[in-house]
Ligand binder design. Sequence first.
Ligand SMILES: C[S@@+](CC[C@H](N)C(=O)[O-])C[C@H]1O[C@@H](n2cnc3c(N)ncnc32)[C@H](O)[C@@H]1O
Length: 222
Amino acid sequence: MLFLNHLWEYVVTSLPGLLIPSSVSFTEISSYTACRQLSQMFLAVAFFHSSEYILAVAFHGRSNVTLKSLLISKNYLLTMIFSFLEYGVEIVLFPGLKEHWWMSNTGLALVVIGEIIRKSAIITAGRAFTHLIKVHHEEHHRLVTHGVYRFVRHPGYSGFLIWSVGTQIMLCNPISTVAFATVVWKFFAERIPYEEYFLKWFFGSDYEEYGRQVHSGVPFVK
Ligand SMILES: C[S@@+](CC[C@H](N)C(=O)[O-])C[C@H]1O[C@@H](n2cnc3c(N)ncnc32)[C@H](O)[C@@H]1O
């Protein structure tokens, strides 16, 4: 037990020094890094969810929108909490990992690109973009194939995949980057065939033809 205590003390005190140059103060660097990366993360998350809610209210009316339109589920909260825990552990034990600014800035660029793609999809599809998949055809529901939908069939999902993985690259979180990519990809790989079953039912050969010409927008999902 005493040995483990010494080992832990050694790891915590000397590892940071091995990973970043000794001429600069470890606490100074890591507090600036943590402050900047975590503020970017909070801003990205706050902007994403509040704009989802505002757009849902704008297109569907306040009475048809619930807090579910903030898109905060239990699983989503758990993955976010895990990513903050990973960040906390790594900035203490391996602060050098968080100093890869080219990687963090690439993540930030992906967050912005993903957000633009997703919001363009919501604005282009308008009332057709519902957070719950429609299983009954409604009069006003028209097939959307213009704007961002000309390039991919599921720009809202492509945008979210890029945004969510981007948040973890921005935090230089290796485990959460792989976890977010896997979990979000799997979720959309299962959701797309289900959503398209109804779209083919609503729009028949028009959707079949659209599906033949335009990729889904999610890697490895046709
Ligand atoms: C959460 S939105 C996602 C839309 C799309 N999958 C995307 O990623 O941009 C789900 C709703 O959009 C509708 N939808 C999906 N693609 C559509 C299209 N090309 N035209 C009209 N409605 C569409 C579906 O019927 C479903 O109710």
